[in-house]
Every structure is written in structure tokens, then in C-alpha cells.
Design a protein around this ligand. Structure first.
Ligand code: NIG
Ligand code: FE
Length: 420
């Protein structure tokens, strides 16, 4: 049965971000939002048909107003659906025991090097059935939706063998087919060096390059290839080999760069023309300059810095240097167990020197660019997928000021009301 059109009316602020689909938003453009006051949107067949002032939209659709489902957004802010461009969505178990160890003084890397951390979750994920992984991740997606996320990227990387990496990627595909949130998949077999290769990590890199990457690419289950380039995990040389192998097989490069120690990760991202470099807490000034020059999107994860009690990435400096900045939860069981993009946006303002306008751009259209989805989502424009969030806030600045609270009122995904 054909669905009723939706007419969203009288938004106090309709943040459209129009005209941003072709290129990531950089520099001062990140703080100049296109806003329509008393705005309206006509939604039909899953996509946005018209975005304008209420009087214009209602005049145009005058003869069809009766058939529409009307949402009154008076006194509220309406934005594009939030986009989370970096999650480790599919995994089993949780790590609150390690959280307690960290509170008592152990570091994240100490725990990982002692066989915990990513290895801990890998053991649990390898042991889990596809069904259990699906059920757990489905609940996580429901929480993401409650916080206004309508598209997200999901990485594998807790399998670390072809069989178990494929299991994670299959789960992501099933979620994409059954959950309202759209999922873009990334292969991250290079998330950690398994214990059995600890003394010969290059052997594991050989397996990634010669066996896993070609098979994953052939399956069509991933669009991107990611690597944890970090002292004690994969070196910049190994990371480059892994990312180049992916590129040869059509997987676009992403990189976990300069998270814990400065390691030339931003420079590597620029050299490879990576779609994004993520984390960047310890990125060098030169690396930042090169990322701006090459148009690599910086995906910043202030929730991870917060949770690891580390100094956040310098978002302000990156924006001022001309880097396109996006924001993400980094949802994972070890360094960022949260599905709240609004809280991440709060942290963007409070710990990274970003403005309320900048964090909104970073969590919508720039996040879409970071996962190559800006042609479909990330802004409110005719022809785009009708993904919108109504926030119970009188203006977009209030969303950052009233921090740590879920202000989501209504979520529309592909033209359907999914949260109300
Ligand atoms: O992005 N840094 C590496 N990977 C994840 C953490 C994964 C985990 O601890 O399970 C991250 O922070
Ligand atoms: Fe991550």
C-alpha cells in the first residue's frame, strides 16, 4: 500500500545544509548554516520533495494537504538524520571489567598487550553465533535510532580470521536488510595482531593482503578497508601495505591514525588519499596540513578521548587549517561504549573547541562525506532520502547547551516515522 506523504510544518529552525553534497564542508563554511525559519518539508515515496518556508510549501501542496500526515514542529529544530561514520557495531560481550581496571590506573594499551582489550572481544565474537551477534547489534541500532542516527558505518575487526570476519560482515548485511538504519560496511581485519602472530606480525599482514582482502572484496560485503595504525599494533609500513592491497581490490582506505601516540598516521592518510583518517588525537601539524591539502576527512571521536581520559583531538585547529571535520561515536566495547551522537556533539563543543554550528555539520553532511554517502543523505534537499530528526529545542545552539540529554522528538527514516 502506498504510504501517506508527510508534511512537516512550522519548524522554528530547519537546518538544511543545502548545497553541500559535492564537497565536504571546510573552514568558515562549517559555521555558516543554511537555516529556514518557520520551515516545512514535503516527504513522499521515501524522499524529500520540497524544503522551504511553511507558506511556500503549503501553497504549493494546497490541493493535497488533506492526504498528508502532518507533523507540527513549532518551537523545534529539524536537522538531517544524524550520521555516524565510524562504529564497531557487531561484536559480542562487554568490557566493564577493563573499565574498572582503567579507573584503577591501568592503561588501554597495557590491557590490550596483556591479551585483553580487542583480543578479549575477539574471543567473545569468535565464539558467538551469527544469530547472537545479530540480536545484540540490532538492539544497539535501536538505541542509535533513539538518538537520531539514520545512517552509520560498521566495521568488522573482532573476527581476525577470514571465517569470523566474514561472519561479522554477514551480520552487518543482514542488519542493513532488516533494520531501518542504513549501514555502510568496512572490513577491518587489521584491527589487532592475533596472539599467535605476535612474534611474526608480517605473516599476519601477508594473510590479510593475500587471502582476506581479496575474498572480502569479492564478496561485495565491504566498501572500505581500515587499519589500526598504532605503535604496538600495525606500523605505518604495514598499514600502507594493507591499505594499498585493499585499494587494488576496490576497497577504499580509512585509517585509525595517531590515536594514542604520534605515528605519522595523518601523513599516511594524505599520501594514500584516504577517504578519512580517524581519531587523530596526536596528529602532527604537518599531517593536518597534508590532510587539508588532499581533502582527507578527519573523523573525530571525542567520546573515545573522554572515555580513555585522554586529551581530545584538536578539532578547532583542524578546522582552522582547512580540514573537513566529521564526528562519530566510535561505538565499541572498549574505548567508547555509547550510541549517543548528540553527546558526541556536546563533547565536540566542550572538549574540541568546535561551535554548535560546526558540530552539526560534522555529524551530518561531513559524516556523510566520510562514508561516501553525501549524494544520498546528510542534507535536506529535494531528491535526497527523507532522513530527518526533530529535536525538542528552540534553536540548534540549545542542543549543545542542554548537554547529555536526549532531545530527539521524532525520527523519520526514508520517509517513515520510526521514532515518535
Ligand atoms: O577505535 N583503536 C582501535 N579500535 C577501537 C577500539 C576497539 C576496542 O577497544 O575494542 C577504537 O577505539
Ligand atoms: Fe574505532
Amino acid at each position: 500500500m502506498k504510504q501517506k506523504p508527510i508534511l512537516l510544518r512550522h519548524a522554528a529552525q530547519l537546518v538544511t545544509l543545502q548545497g553541500t553534497s559535492a564537497q565536504p564542508v571546510t573552514g568558515t563554511a562549517m559555521s555558516t548554516l543554511h537555516i529556514i525559519e518557520d520551515g516545512a518539508v514535503w516527504i513522499e515515496d521515501g524522499s524529500i520533495q520540497m524544503v522551504d518556508r511553511d507558506e511556500v510549501v503549503t501553497a504549493f501542496y494546497r490541493d493535497r494537504m488533506q492526504e498528508a500526515h502532518v507533523i507540527d514542529a513549532s518551537g523545534k529544530v529539524v536537522t538531517p538524520g544524524l550520521i555516524d561514520p565510524h562504529t564497531h557495531l557487531v561484536f559480542a560481550g562487554s568490557r566493564e571489567n577493563e573499565f574498572e581496571m582503567r579507573l584503577a590506573g591501568k592503561t588501554y594499551m597495557e590491557i590490550m598487550n596483556a591479551g585483553g582489550g580487542i583480543h578479549n572481544t575477539t574471543r567473545a565474537t569468535q565464539a558467538a553465533s551469527e544469530e547472537d551477534l545479530y540480536e545484540e547489534a540490532y538492539q544497539r541500532l535501536n538505541r542509535f535510532l533513539q538518538y537520531g542516527v539514520t545512517t552509520l558505518e560498521a566495521k568488522s575487526g573482532y573476527g581476525l580470521t577470514l571465517e569470523h570476519e566474514m561472519k561479522q560482515l554477514h551480520v552487518a548485511k543482514r542488519l542493513q536488510d532488516t533494520h531501518p538504519i542504513d549501514i555502510v560496511s568496512t572490513f577491518m581485519g587489521a584491527h589487532a595482531v592475533p596472539a599467535e602472530y605476535k612474534h611474526d606480525p608480517d605473516r599476519f599482514v601477508d594473510i590479510l593482503v593475500n587471502e582476506m582482502i581479496p575474498e572480502v572484496a569479492k564478496s561485495g560485503l565491504a566498501q572500505f578497508n581500515d587499519v589500526f595504525c598504532e605503535h604496538g599494533v600495525f606500523t605505518p609500513e604495514q598499514s600502507e601495505r594493507i591499505l594499498r592491497a585493499g585499494m587494488e581490490h576496490g576497497l577504499l582506505p580509512k585509517i585509525h591514525a595517531d590515536e594514542i601516540e604520534p605515528y605519522q598516521g595523518a601523513e599516511l592518510a594524505a599520501r594514500l588519499g584516504a577517504v578519512s583518517a580517524d581519531h587523530l588525537l596526536r596528529a602532527s601539524d604537518e599531517g593536518i596540513r597534508q590532510m587539508a591539502e588532499k581533502g582527507v576527512v578527519a573523523v573525530l571521536l571525542p567520546g573515545t578521548a573522554f572515555f580513555l581520559k585522554a586529551e581530545a583531538a584538536n578539532g578547532r585547529k583542524m578546522i582552522d587549517a582547512g580540514v573537513a571535520v566529521a564526528l562519530s561515536t566510535d561505538r565499541n566495547p572498549g574505548s567508547s561504549p555509547s550510541e549517543s551522537m548528540p553527546f558526541i556533539m556536546n563533547l565536540g563543543c566542550l572538549t574540541m573547541g568546535m561551535t554548535p554550528a560546526e558540530v552539526l555539520v560534522a555529524a551530518t553532511i561531513n559524516a556523510a562525506h566520510a562514508i561516501k554517502q553525501a549524494h544520498r543523505v546528510g542534507s535536506l534537499e529535494k531528491g535526497k532520502v527523507a532522513d530527518l530528526v526533530v529535536f525538542d529545542a528552540p534553536n540548534y545552539s540549545y542542543m549543545q547547551y542542554n548537554y547529555g540529554v536526549n532531545l530527539v522528538d521524532t525520527v523519520i527514516k526514508a520517509g517513515k516515522i520510526v521514532v515518535q
